[in-house]
Design a protein around this ligand. Structure first.
Ligand SMILES: O=C[C@H](O)COP(=O)(O)O
Length: 285
């Protein structure tokens, strides 16, 4: 078990906060945060009609000169509605690059049969999902049954094969212990995750800067030992441009500027775009 120096993690967060404060009003930084956002709607009230309007809004923002978000993130049953809303985008439009993320595997609890989880992933992909966000077996992690947690993720990886990007949600607020967050990060990457993601956004504690630092350290160690780059997605409770810039700064500080691309860094958020877009459109930054 890796020993995590919590005092060092806290110093890293403070250091990132100081750097972030210098860049949080820079237009190019905010544009980059927008391009790395998985624009998310995960509400019990969502419907084909509401996610169509949600998707159209993201597309319209590109027409006003803002970058396309990385993906639209929805429940699996709404993937096809997003797909329909995205078809018909003229070739060459920046909005063409918007992907579709489906939260799968009995999101957010993950508490169902493996067969159901795998079927849900397969159906989401069949309906047009490019990316799957699936939660780790948090109960298994907390009970010390790490082999079970890893083998379940490996089964999901095998099910989706190379047909979609796999983001594994660690639910860091529930794992709480930094050493357990590090271990969960490592086993998710060993099971084949393309990204590790902090949280579902459905628990009392979601993304925290300290958890992001620990995950970045695991990503760095994993790359050193396995020569594979894994992305990080921070998600849950991120509403303001300042928060987004803090996470971006943590990623740059811990992993390097080369991680600041949608293929290695995502911000999962339902409200961030509504805060970023007016500022960027009013050109006050
Ligand atoms: O996966 C993304 C999260 O559910 C988004 O959480 P949020 O609604 O707090 O932004």
């Amino acid at each position: 078990m890796k020993n995590i120096d919590t005092a060092l993690v806290n110093r890293k967060v403070e250091q990132a906060a100081e750097t972030a404060a210098l860049t949080e009003n820079k237009r190019e930084v905010l544009l980059e945060c927008m391009a790395c956002t998985d624009y998310t709607t995960l509400k019990e009230t969502d419907s084909p009609h509401s996610v169509t309007a949600f998707t159209n809004h993201a597309v319209e923002l590109t027409g006003q000169g803002l970058p396309p978000v990385a993906s639209i993130c929805v429940y699996p049953s709404l993937v096809d509605a997003v797909g329909v809303a995205l078809t018909g985008i003229p070739a060459g439009s920046p909005a063409e690059n918007i992907g579709i993320t489906a939260v799968c595997g009995a999101f957010p609890s993950g508490q169902t049969y493996m067969e159901v989880k795998m079927l849900e992933c397969a159906m989401a992909i069949e309906n047009g999902a490019d990316e799957i966000d699936a939660v780790i077996n948090v109960g298994a992690m907390l009970s010390g049954d790490y082999d079970l947690a890893e083998s379940e993720l490996a089964m999901i990886r095998e099910e989706i094969d190379g047909d979609a990007v796999l983001k594994v949600i660690l639910e860091t607020g529930s794992l709480a212990d930094p050493e357990l967050i590090y271990r969960a990060s490592m086993l998710a990457m060993e099971a084949g995750a393309d990204f590790i993601k902090t949280s579902t956004g459905k628990t009392p504690i979601s993304a925290t800067p300290a958890a992001a630092v620990v995950m970045c350290r695991a990503i760095r160690d994993f790359e050193r030992s396995c020569s594979r780059r894994v992305g990080i997605k921070v998600a849950g409770g991120i509403r303001t441009p300042q928060e987004a810039v803090l996470y971006r700064t943590i990623v740059a500080q811990e992993l390097g500027e080369e991680w600041l691309t949608p293929s290695l860094f995502r911000i999962g958020a339902s409200r961030l775009v509504d805060a970023l877009a007016p500022r960027l459109l009013s050109e006050t930054v």
